[in-house]
Design a protein around this ligand. Structure first.
Ligand code: NAP
Length: 246
């Protein structure tokens, strides 16, 4: 349904979890996918999945432009940027140390901003008159919960960034949208998944009565990357089994 044949897509955090599922999903739909990893040992594994590995740490803001430039040099275009890399924390608000706060903000917010900025500047430089950005936020950018103060703060910030960039760059034919996953079965939620009682309590609260799988996020991303969503910008799609509609 979504023909992304030969569209060039850059996805951060493709080593595992949602990012890997997105990368594989886009490959299956014909896209040329560049996915970031931090561990070079994963390069071969990504290549087997037909994902072009890119070594990049999203906290290295000063390398954002040169990292994207290398893809332009090869492909002459980047049709879609997906900011997926992220970190969470279960630290109580009263116990946070500055270093951990900085890590979460730099990864989840500043890393997203500087990639968006670099992508915009490079599209302009290469005289490409359009752009498409998908930010993976979270339902915790919309609602609060226990032990998520800084994480949910960064995800709320990503949603506001999405809306502001959508307005600021609409004249340049850039679309900027977000996806808000609920509880997805990845390493990020491993601690919760191991606690049987907590996990069951969460599932009980989800109308569809299950946790999400990384693959559950793929369809919305394909839609946002495709021309089927060409009149959509500054919006977010919630994928949470109905959790936040109650
Ligand atoms: N799982 C959920 O329930 C859930 C819910 C809502 C939103 N989300 C969001 O979905 C996104 C993906 O999460 P996930 O569940 O797939 O998490 P995950 O399994 O923990 O994977 C996180 C990914 O982000 C990458 N990453 C972390 N810090 C990075 C950095 N500084 N530079 C580059 N890459 C970095 C990791 O790379 P390494 O392998 O190198 O560490 C990994 O690829 C995140 O933005 C998360 O906040 C997840």
């Amino acid at each position: 349904m979504f023909d992304l044949k030969n569209k060039v897509v850059f996805i951060t955090g493709a080593s595992r979890g949602i990012g890997r599922a997105l990368a594989k999903g886009f490959v299956e739909h014909g896209a040329i996918v560049y996915g970031t990893i931090r561990n070079p040992e994963l390069e071969e594994e990504l290549r087997k999945d037909h994902i072009h590995p890119v070594i990049y740490d999203v906290r290295n803001f000063q390398q954002a432009e040169s990292t994207l430039q290398k893809i332009y040099d090869k492909e002459k275009r980047i049709d879609c940027l997906i900011n997926n890399a992220g970190v969470s924390s279960n630290t109580p608000a009263s116990l946070f140390k500055e270093e951990e706060v900085r890590k979460i903000i730099e990864t989840n917010f500043e890393g997203v901003f500087f990639l968006c900025q670099s992508y915009y500047k490079l599209q302009k430089k290469h005289k490409i008159k359009q752009g498409n950005i998908i930010n993976i936020a979270s339902v915790l950018g919309l609602v609060g919960t226990m032990l998520a103060s800084i994480y949910s703060g960064t995800k709320g910030a990503v949603l506001q960034l999405t809306k502001s960039l959508a307005i600021e760059w609409a004249n340049s034919n850039f679309r900027v949208n977000a996806i808000c996953p609920g509880f997805i079965e990845t390493d990020m939620t491993e601690n919760m998944q191991k606690k049987e009682e907590l996990k069951n309590k969460i599932i009980e609260n989800i109308p569809l009565k299950r946790l999400g799988k990384p693959e559950d996020i793929v369809g919305a991303a394909l839609f946002l990357a495709s021309d089927y969503s060409s009149y959509m910008t500054g919006q977010y799609i919630i994928i949470d089994g109905g959790l936040t509609c109650q």
